[in-house]
Design a protein around this ligand. Structure first.
Ligand code: TYM
Length: 330
């Protein structure tokens, strides 16, 4: 069976962007592949986190995975820092990566555009190398992610190939698995920016745990334009984004949606999108609230403990293979 691996940072409650760009696809493919999903806690500290909140968020991400439909019996679920080989391989791969190629990463450039070098963290700069280590450690065939991670997948492939050409065929070179729909959900307040859980303005994103009222309010406030036609075009990025979201949650085609709202005002359309999203999230929230009870704490802990054990069984010999290839004494 072909292998899949992916992860999400616990830097907050997951957003509709994380769900439509990643999690929804993970659920759809879980029966066709051997899947490993982890919580990327080591990545999240590239931005300073409040320790107590981070601690809670890590466990909440595991619960959100399961609430979204990831079956813990079928899939390996673990916390990145529990498998120390990630950080170790990250260090090794630092010696295959070049400053120039990391400086060219769009996400790094965007995140640091307004900062002086003295306040840019090395971890943020180096983050794609750790991501490459997360992936190459397990030899997956595919990595299902949203569009924003495509460049990081490219550098993973580059680093894997570079290491292999120096030290022998150690790593499998994986492919990105990016679905056509939902791969780039934009902020509701600024449709030129991706929807992000670290957005300072909560009106920009829908959290998977927002109430129905909040969801509808946020969609009603979504920034659109003055055309007042529900049409899928680059000239109407706000409406285009809402159509994308509606298409993903209802499984309707774009043309069908344009026809459905022909002649209707934006108010009607926005309410319909809000209702559809809230309906979709209702089931997830119900499951999440059941899991998020003190009596289930042990169950959740058993999932990530077993997951780390299983992941470690692959990661440990893989790292030893790398160390041997480098000439280290085991
Ligand atoms: P993160 O935590 O930012 O996002 C997790 C996943 O959600 C997708 N995503 C989106 N998709 C569509 N529209 C959006 N607005 C949107 N926002 C986020 C992301 O593309 C991603 O698939 N570096 C990764 C975490 C990571 C990882 C890995 C992923 C660390 N190691 C190894 C795969 C394999 C990240 O920051 O994702």
């Amino acid at each position: 069976m072909k292998k899949i691996l992916s992860g999400i940072q616990p830097s907050g409650i997951l957003t509709l962007g994380n769900y439509l760009g990643a999690l929804k696809n993970w659920v759809e493919i879980q029966n066709d592949y051997e899947c490993t999903y982890f919580v990327a806690d080591l990545h999240s500290i590239t931005v300073t986190q409040d320790p107590k909140t981070l601690h809670e968020n890590i466990k909440k991400v595991i619960m959100q995975y399961i609430a979204c439909g990831i079956d813990p019996e079928k899939n390996t679920i673990f916390i990145q820092s529990h498998v120390h080989e990630h950080a170790e391989l990250g260090w090794i791969l630092n010696n295959s990566a070049y400053m120039g190629e990391l400086q060219r990463m769009t996400q790094f450039k965007d995140k640091t555009a307004k900062q002086e070098n003295d306040s840019v963290k090395v971890g943020l700069f180096d983050y794609p190398v750790l991501m490459a280590a997360d992936i190459l450690l397990y030899d997956p065939d595919y990595v299902p992610v949203g569009e924003d991670q495509r460049q990081h997948l490219e550098i993973t492939r580059t680093l894997g190939r570079r290491f292999n050409s120096t030290y022998g065929e150690i790593f499998k070179i994986p492919d990105a698995y990016i679905s056509k729909s939902g791969a780039r959900i934009m902020s509701l307040q600024d449709p030129s920016k991706k929807m992000s859980k670290s957005d300072a303005n909560p009106n920009g994103f829908i959290s998977l745990l927002d109430s129905k009222d909040e969801i509808i309010k946020k969609f009603k406030r979504a920034v659109t334009d003055s055309e007042n036609v529900v049409k899928y075009t680059e000239n109407q990025p706000g409406i285009k984004n809402l159509i994308d979201i509606y298409a993903c949650v209802t499984d309707k085609k774009i043309e069908q949606i344009e026809a459905e709202f022909e002649g209707a005002g934006y108010g009607t359309f926005k309410t319909a999108v809000g209702e559809a999203v809230a309906d979709r999230l209702e089931q997830i929230q119900k499951k999440y609230n059941e899991l998020n009870k003190p009596e289930n704490e042990e169950f959740i802990q058993s999932i990530y403990t077993k997951g780390a054990e299983k992941a470690g069984k692959y990661a440990k010999p893989k790292l030893e293979q790398v160390y041997t290839a480098l000439g280290f004494v085991l």
